[in-house]
Design a protein. Structure first.
Length: 373
C-alpha cells in the first residue's frame, strides 16, 4: 500500500492551498498574483479549472470554507477578497474586504462556523473580518496590542470565539475574537476564565529565539502547538498554561504543524519531510519520520576491480545529490484532508517544489514499525 500520492502542480513554489468539501477541487497560491482553482479529472489528477485574477501582488494565503463554498484570498497588495461561485455563469465573483492595513497581508483562515475570517499582516495587527449585508462587503476589526511584529500564522479555536496568533516577535498569543456585531455568546473555559471583549489577550507564550511559523489547536481545543524558526516544537495545555512542553530539535526549522489526533501531531518544513510527535504528560516526544526513504540497493559482492572499472566507464562515483524524500524542497503548508472524529485519516502537504502530496495515515502506520498516532 502506498503511503502517499504526489502530483507536480506547478514549477513555481506553492505557499498555500485548500480543498473544497468533497475534495474534487483545490485552490492553490503559487507565489504569483494569480490564484488557481484545480479540478480533479477522470484520471484522479488535478488540472486548472479557473484562475482568480483580482490581486496585483503575490497571493500569500488562501482558504476554502467547505460548507458555504466560499474562497478567501489575501496578498501583498494589502487586499483580501471573498470569492463566491455563481452557478448561472460558472464563474467566481470577488467581494471586497475592507482590511484597513498599510502593509502586506500574510495569512488568512476561515473560522469553524465560516461567519468570519482572520487576516494576518505586516502591519503588526490581526484583522478579524465579518460580512456587512447593508453595504454588501466584508468589514474588519483589528487586534493590535501587544503584537510587535509581522503576523505569520493564526488558528481558530473550535469554539469559533478564540484565536491563536504567531508572529515575528517570538510570541504565540491567544486572543478573544467574540464580536458583538454578530451577537456572539462565548462560554468560559480555561482559555477564557471570564467573558472577555474582542481583542482581549488571554494567553501569551514565548519561544526561545525564533519567529513563530505555525500554530494549531487540537480537535477539542484543549492543547495548542506551535513551531518556531529556532527548530523548536512547543505544546501547552489549557489546564496548565504555565507549563510549556518544549523540545529543541536537531532538524531544520518546521514551517507548519497539524494535529493528527488529540495527542499526536505532524510538523513539516525545511527538511522536506513531515515528522510525527507525541505529547506525553510531561514531554513532547519525537515519534517517527513519515516519509520513508527508498534506500538504493548496492551490490556488496562487487570486486574492487569492478568498482574501478564502473567508475572509469561512467566518469562519476555512486554518490550524488538526489533527495530520497517525496518533496524536493521545503514544505510550506500541511493541512487536513479527511478526518473521522478527532483522528485525521489523510493530510496534504505543498512545498516550494510545486508539488501537492496527499498522505494516508493508516498506510503510514502499517509501514512504519512502532508508529502510534
Amino acid at each position: 500500500m502506498s503511503t502517499n500520492s504526489a502530483q507536480q502542480l506547478f514549477l513555481d513554489p506553492i505557499c498555500s492551498h485548500a480543498f473544497n468539501k468533497d475534495l474534487s477541487q483545490v485552490v492553490v497560491s503559487n507565489s504569483t498574483p494569480l490564484t488557481h482553482i484545480l479540478k480533479k479529472d477522470a484520471s484522479g489528477k488535478y488540472v486548472v479549472d479557473a484562475v482568480l485574477k483580482e490581486h496585483l501582488e503575490r497571493v500569500t494565503g488562501v482558504d476554502w470554507a467547505p460548507n458555504s463554498n466560499r474562497i478567501v484570498t489575501c496578498a501583498g497588495d494589502r487586499n483580501a477578497y471573498v470569492w463566491n461561485y455563481q452557478p448561472e455563469s460558472g464563474e467566481w465573483m470577488p467581494c471586497l474586504v475592507l482590511l484597513r492595513i498599510n502593509r502586506a497581508a500574510t495569512y488568512v483562515r476561515w473560522s469553524p462556523q465560516e461567519d468570519r475570517f482572520a487576516v494576518g499582516s505586516g502591519a503588526r495587527l490581526l484583522s478579524v473580518c465579518y460580512f456587512d449585508p447593508e453595504n454588501n462587503w466584508w468589514v474588519s476589526k483589528h487586534i493590535k496590542k501587544p503584537i510587535r511584529s509581522t503576523i505569520l500564522c493564526a488558528d481558530w479555536h473550535p469554539s469559533n470565539y478564540l484565536i491563536a496568533v504567531g508572529s515575528c516577535d517570538f510570541k504565540c498569543r491567544v486572543f478573544s475574537a467574540a464580536l458583538k456585531e454578530l451577537s456572539d455568546k462565548p462560554e468560559t473555559s480555561p482559555w477564557m476564565t471570564k467573558l472577555s471583549k474582542f481583542g482581549t489577550l488571554l494567553a501569551e507564550f514565548s519561544t526561545t529565539s525564533g519567529w513563530v511559523h505555525s500554530v494549531k489547536f487540537n480537535h477539542s481545543g484543549s492543547k495548542l502547538a506551535w513551531v518556531s524558526h529556532d527548530s523548536s516544537v512547543n505544546v501547552v495545555d489549557m489546564s496548565s498554561q504555565d507549563k510549556i512542553l518544549h523540545i529543541l530539535t536537531a532538524n531544520l526549522p518546521y514551517t507548519s504543524v497539524l494535529w493528527l489526533s488529540e495527542t499526536s501531531f505532524a510538523a513539516a518544513g525545511h527538511d522536506n519531510c513531515p515528522d510525527l510527535y507525541n505529547v506525553k504528560p510531561d514531554a513532547v516526544v519525537f515519534g517517527a519520520r513519515l516519509d520513508v526513504k527508498k534506500e538504493k540497493s548496492t551490490n556488496s559482492n562487487m570486486s574492487a576491480m569492478a568498482r574501478f572499472q564502473k567508475l572509469d566507464d561512467h566518469g562519476k562515483t555512486e554518490t550524488g545529490t538526489k533527495l530520497h524524500t517525496t518533496h524536493e524542497n521545503c514544505i510550506t503548508e500541511i493541512r487536513s484532508v479527511s478526518a473521522v472524529g478527532d483522528k485525521v485519516k489523510k493530510f496534504s502537504t505543498v512545498g516550494k517544489d510545486g508539488k501537492l502530496v496527499i498522505w494516508e495515515v493508516d498506510a503510514l502506520c502499517s509501514q512504519i514499525a512502532g508508529l502510534t498516532i
